[in-house]
Design a protein around this ligand. Sequence first.
Ligand code: FAD
Length: 420
Amino acid sequence: MANARDRTEVTVVGAGPAGAAAAIVLARAGVDVVMLDRARFPREKVCGDGLIPDAFAALTRLGVIDQVRAEACTLAGARFVAPGGADVDVAFDVLTLPRRRLDQLLVEAARSAGARALEGVTVEGPLERSGRVVGVRGHGTGHTGALEIESRVTILATGAASRILETFRVLRWRRPHALALRGYFRTMNAGLESIIFSYERRLLPGYAWVFPVGDGVANVGVIRFLGRRGARRVNLQDDLRRFLSESPVARQLLAVAEPLGPAKGAPVRTGLRGSRWWRPGLLLAGEAVGASYAASGEGIGKALETGCEAGRVALEALAAETPAEIDRILADYPGRIRERCGDIHRAYRVAERWVRFPQVVDLVARRANADRRVREALEAVVREQAEASRVVSFPNLVRLALAPIFASADRAASRGASAA
Ligand SMILES: Cc1cc2nc3c(=O)[nH]c(=O)nc-3n(C[C@H](O)[C@H](O)[C@H](O)COP(=O)(O)OP(=O)(O)OC[C@H]3O[C@@H](n4cnc5c(N)ncnc54)[C@H](O)[C@@H]3O)c2cc1C
C-alpha cells in the first residue's frame, strides 16, 4: 500500500483498459509506476463486452491475447439489421468477454509487469506546481485515508466520468456524446453465433444489440447518440423495454430470455472530442479523451491503443531532465494520437451523421447484399484493414445510392444494343 505521501515516476489514474495498458507499457520498461482505481477488482463495468479487431491488435501487443482468447466466447462475425428489416452478415473475428474478467486480467498483467496497482483509492484532483500537474491527491477506503502521490508524469484514464476531468481542468464538454444501457439475459437460443446490431428506426443514429457472452447468456443493450454536445434527452430503460417487446429481432432471438438482474446505464465519450488530450505534466487516455468510436460506441480497442501510446510518450519524457523538456515531449502526444487513429475516428463521425437516416441504412444493407464489392468494403472497414474514410464518405454514399440506377441504365443500353 502507498504511504499517505508517496513519490513515483508515473501515476496512472484509472485501471480500466486505457490505464492498465499504459501501466503495462511503463512497468515492462522498468519504470516505477503506480496505478490507482477507486474500485476493487474484479469490478463490474457497464459495457457490451465485445472485442473487435482493434482490441485484438492491442491485446496481442500487450501479450495477453492468449489468455483473453482462452476465456472469451468466439463468434463468427456480426449481423447488421437495417430499419427496413434487411440484414447483412459480415464475417470477422469477434470475441466477447465480460469486462469484470477482461479488466481483471489486464490489472493482473500490469501487476506482474511490476506496476504498483492500488485498488479502492479515489483520486480527487491534481497536485500542481507552477501550472504543471506534479501528481494526484485522493483518499483510500478503510485505513488508508488521505493520500498524495507526486510523479514526474501523470496519466488520466478515468473513463467517461466528467467531474474528474473538470478537477484536472481538461474538460471541454460536460455532456457525454452517447448514453448506453445493458442487461444480461439467460437465453435458450443456441443459434446465437454472431453479435447482432439492430438499427431500430426509433433509436437512430443509435442501435440495439444482442451479444452472446457464453454459457447461454447474452449481453443485450441500447445506445443513443445525443448529437453535438449531448443535446438530446432519452429514456434508455424505455428504449430497451420496447426493443425487447416490439422488435422482430429481439422477439426471435430472445423469445425465452430471462433477465439476470437490472439493466444498467453509463455515458460514452466518443470521436476524440470533449476534453484536452494533455496539459503540462499530464496525458489523457481512453474514454477520458473521447477515444470510443462515434456511431458505434465501441472503445475498448482504442482505450488500449491510446493507453499504450500515452505509456510510450511518458517513457520518452522520463528521459528528459527538466519539466520544460518533459512537457515538450508530452506536447507531441495529440499529434501521435491523430496519426494513429484520427482518420478512423473521422470516418466514424461521418458515419454517425448518416446513420440517423433510415433510408441510408436500408440502402447500405440492400447494396451490401446485392454487390460483393460493397460488402467487401464494409468488411474491410469492420476489420480495420481499409482506410475507413475512403469508404465512409459523402461521395461514396452518393455513388452507392446511384449505383443501381447506373446498373439498370447499363442493362437497358446493352439490351438495346443486342436488339439492334
Ligand atoms: C453500455 C455500454 C456498452 C459498451 N459496449 C462496448 C463494446 O461492446 N465494445 C467496446 O469496445 N466498447 C464498448 N463500450 C465502450 C467501453 O466500455 C469504453 O470504451 C471503455 O471502457 C473505455 O475504457 P477506459 O479505460 O478509458 O475507461 P473505463 O473502462 O471506464 O475505466 C476507467 C477506470 O477509472 C476508474 N476511475 C474513474 N474515476 C476515478 C477516480 N476519480 N479515482 C480513481 N479511479 C477512477 C474507474 O473505476 C474505472 O475502473 C461500451 C460502453 C457502454 C457504456
